[in-house]
Design a protein around this ligand. Structure first.
Ligand SMILES: O=P(O)(O)OC[C@@H](O)[C@@H](O)c1c[nH]c2ccccc12
Length: 280
């Protein structure tokens, strides 16, 4: 079983919702990333989504675009990101890491080479934003051969047919983008998300993570009530940006924020598991 499936199995048995923080690898500087990953795990992150910096990130909002620019300015490449994963694995054998990125750097490295290097580094999954399920067969094959999970995005506009199609190719978990638009969006409608997550669950036998627009304990708790995983990006990256000049403060500060999110999610999980109060 993959590290991602194992982690979701453990969480399901414990009736807990996963917390998945997103950070851009190498932001604000490469030396901070591995330590920050460990700090997030210590504070309650269950899985880490690691952004691979790329110069033309179509789905990223301004906050994550600026993080990408900071990392690119420090020369962070795809192989540099895999090296960070390898170093993270020296001290953490269990926490799954998913790389989020775009096809171009992978194409440049070569699919087979990327898949082998990813597996060797201890990367568990890849979310490649610009590869729809109908495309990228060679890449899909290369990753399957190395048992690297392929995470796909679903959106409010995804038809039932498309959801089923993604169910045929996805592994690990699927990522439901809660709102139309780019990362860091505002208005998340929990009822709408709940309805769509049900539609996805009826067609895909994988855990469903929800991201886009989750920015604090309150929004995290609302999503935890309906999803298998809560994914938080811009709200974390914004705090990293504010501390870019004092990077030693980043791991503890982000750790505190993760702990706050974790506490809110735990409270939502406890409320969901509590049997109905009987008042007579
Ligand atoms: O930033 P938000 O609104 O918290 O959403 C998570 C998101 O940033 C992260 O998962 C992500 C970063 N870049 C992406 C590109 C596509 C899909 C998802 C992402």
């Amino acid at each position: 079983m993959s590290r991602i499936s194992t982690r979701f199995e453990q969480l399901r048995a414990a009736h807990r919702t996963a917390l998945i923080p997103f950070i851009t690898a190498g932001d604000p500087r490469p030396e901070t990333t591995v330590e920050l990953m460990h700090a997030m795990v210590a504070a309650g992150a269950d899985l880490i989504e690691l952004g691979v910096p790329f110069s033309d990130p179509i789905a990223d909002g301004p906050v994550i675009q600026r993080a990408t620019e900071r990392a690119l300015a420090r020369g962070v490449s795809l192989s540099g990101v895999l090296e960070m994963v390898r170093r993270f694995r020296e001290r953490d054998a269990d926490t799954p890491v998913v790389a989020m990125g775009y096809l171009n750097p992978i194409e440049v490295m070569g699919y087979g080479r990327f898949a082998r290097a990813a597996a060797a580094a201890g990367l568990d999954g890849a979310l490649i934003v610009d590869v729809p399920p109908e495309e990228g067969h060679d890449l899909v094959q290369a990753l399957r051969t190395e048992s690297v999970d392929l995470v796909y995005l679903l959106a409010p506009t995804s038809t039932e047919r498309r959801i089923s199609r993604i169910g045929e190719v996805a592994s690990g978990f699927v990522y439901y983008v809660s709102v139309k638009g780019v990362t860091g969006a505002a208005n998340l409608d929990a009822d709408e998300v709940a309805a769509k997550v049900e539609t996805i669950r009826a067609r895909i036998p994988l855990p469903v993570g929800v991201g886009f627009g989750i920015k604090d304990g309150e929004t995290a708790a609302r999503v935890a009530a309906v999803a298998d995983a809560v994914i938080v990006g811009s709200a974390i990256v914004k705090q990293i940006e504010a501390l870019a000049e004092t990077p030693e403060a980043i791991p503890p500060t982000i750790g505190d924020f993760i702990a706050e999110l974790r506490g809110a999610i735990d409270a939502a999980d406890a409320a969901a598991n509590r049997p109905e109060q009987v008042t007579s």
